[in-house]
Design a protein around this ligand. Structure first.
Ligand code: FAD
Length: 417
């Protein structure tokens, strides 16, 4: 089933009776070449690129809940490539380029909107850091524009410039950054993978990983045992639990991150805006709701719900930046479980068990990484070699201390990244 403007028109005129399910609801087969544990953005994009780039279609994605029920459908949808450190810089640059062709590639409207992101700075020292970051982005071949205070005011006139607790000195604008509709990204990849022969299996929880003499042989699930020569763990917030099934202890902590959405308003925020004096970022959805988020809850937890002190903390940051937000009514908030790594950067790597691969540590930046991560993970699983854009995402950096990528410069405290 192809989507097109003409098709929408035809369906509209004929009672919308011709649409089909976007992917096959597959039942598990006894054996696959590759099993991907986790049907989030990263698992589904891995399956898609395994099929598309490497011709591997005897693949199953096993999802314990439903497609789009994890973080991929819970995030604040920000897509950008403004990373500073070698390793991250080239990876996110690669991912953003994939985003730019994604809708055409998937033949699916993921509502990717390059509306621009402005990261504000509030002191001379922060300006220096922004200039440095902007130069690194441009060296990488990406776009970055330094705005002074008046430049920010031209774009974001509604901010509190004159009576602010944290005066605004300027901002770093990435015009190609923006947002996308998060669950449509999961649906688009699921559809694309399924079309190419991948089995998408929902309500199928992996409960054990079978290993024989140092080599993976399959998985145990709530729907029976399934054999496979290659198994990829791609379960975001549940990484430590699933890796433990293979006897591994990961350097990952799971923390809850909350997001909020207000009632629908007329268009007022055209960009993604990030506060420089606290964790607060905001954009406006196409439906009109202001979508925003802030800091992690500081206790490690597997509960996908937030708590009130953090709600207060995020609202306070929003009010300090743009007091007008106090007039909007919050409709909903929700939480997702973040796989926080000790240096804030991810892992795409083999493990010491033959045939077992690991993709985790996305902290709260993994939505923008979905295309790049799937592309690199598929390359690793298919060829056995890391893709060059993700070559630094090695697991052993936490053992040896070599190659750590502490983008935030906050040290080895998981919840500060
Ligand atoms: C509130 C919030 C805001 C965020 N904002 C942004 C943002 O603006 N920009 C950005 O880039 N990133 C953001 N993120 C981070 C981003 O959403 C995550 O890093 C990313 O979605 C994680 O990868 P995923 O999509 O594969 O995860 P998920 O969608 O969580 O996928 C993992 C899947 O594995 C499944 N699973 C777990 N255990 C098992 C098992 N035993 N068997 C089978 N399946 C299993 C889960 O059910 C889940 O569906 C945000 C996250 C949250 C929660």
């Amino acid at each position: 089933m192809r989507f097109s403007g003409l098709r929408v028109l035809r369906e509209g005129l004929t009672g919308n009776r011709g649409w089909q399910a976007h992917w096959r609801d597959a039942t598990p087969r006894p054996e696959y070449d590759v099993i991907i544990i986790g049907g989030g953005g990263h698992g589904l994009s891995t399956a898609y690129y395994l099929a598309k780039n490497h011709g591997l279609t005897n693949v199953a994605v096993l999802e314990k809940g439903w497609i789009g029920g994890g973080n991929v459908g819970r995030n604040t949808t920000i897509v950008r490539a403004n990373y500073f450190l070698p390793g991250n810089s080239e990876f996110y640059s690669h991912s953003l380029k994939l985003w730019e062709g994604l809708e055409a590639d998937l033949n699916y409207n993921v509502m990717h909107s390059q509306r621009g992101q402005i990261s504000l700075f509030h002191s001379d020292a922060q300006r220096d850091a922004a200039v440095r970051r902007g130069n690194a982005m441009r060296n990488q071949g990406d776009d970055a524009i330094l705005l002074d205070r008046e430049g920010v005011r031209r774009h974001l006139p509604y901010l509190d410039f004159d009576n602010a607790r944290f005066p605004i000195y300027g901002g770093l604008l990435q015009p190609r950054a923006g947002t996308a509709r998060h669950d449509a990204v999961a649906w688009g990849y699921a559809r694309g993978a399924s079309e190419r022969g991948v089995d998408i299996i929902q309500n199928c929880e992996v409960t054990g990983i079978d290993i024989d003499r140092g080599k993976v042989t399959g998985v145990q699930t709530t729907r029976g045992a399934i054999k496979a020569g290659k198994v990829a763990i791609v379960v975001a917030g549940r990484s430590s639990q699933v890796a433990a099934m293979a006897g591994m202890r990961l350097p990952i902590e799971s923390h809850v991150l909350q997001a909020f959405v207000t009632e629908g308003l007329k268009p007022c925020i055209n960009h993604v805006v990030s506060f420089g004096m606290g964790h607060f970022y905001i954009s406006q959805s196409d439906k009109g709701g202001l979508v925003f988020g802030g800091d992690l809850d500081f206790h490690a937890s597997y509960a996908a719900r937030g708590n009130l002190p953090m709600v207060e903390h995020v609202m306070e940051a929003g009010m300090a930046l743009m007091p007008m937000i106090g007039n909007a009514r919050v409709l909903r908030s929700w939480g997702g479980i973040m796989d926080m790594s000790p240096d804030g950067s991810p892992v795409i790597d083999r493990t010491h068990i033959e045939g077992l691969y690991l993709n985790c540590g996305w902290c709260y930046g993994g939505f923008k990484a979905v295309p790049g991560s799937g592309w690199s993970m598929a390359h690793l699983v298919a060829t056995g070699e890391p893709h060059k854009a993700a070559a630094r995402y090695r697991l052993d950096r936490f053992e040896t201390g070599r190659g750590l990528m502490d983008e935030e410069g906050t040290g080895a405290q998981h919840n500060l990244h």
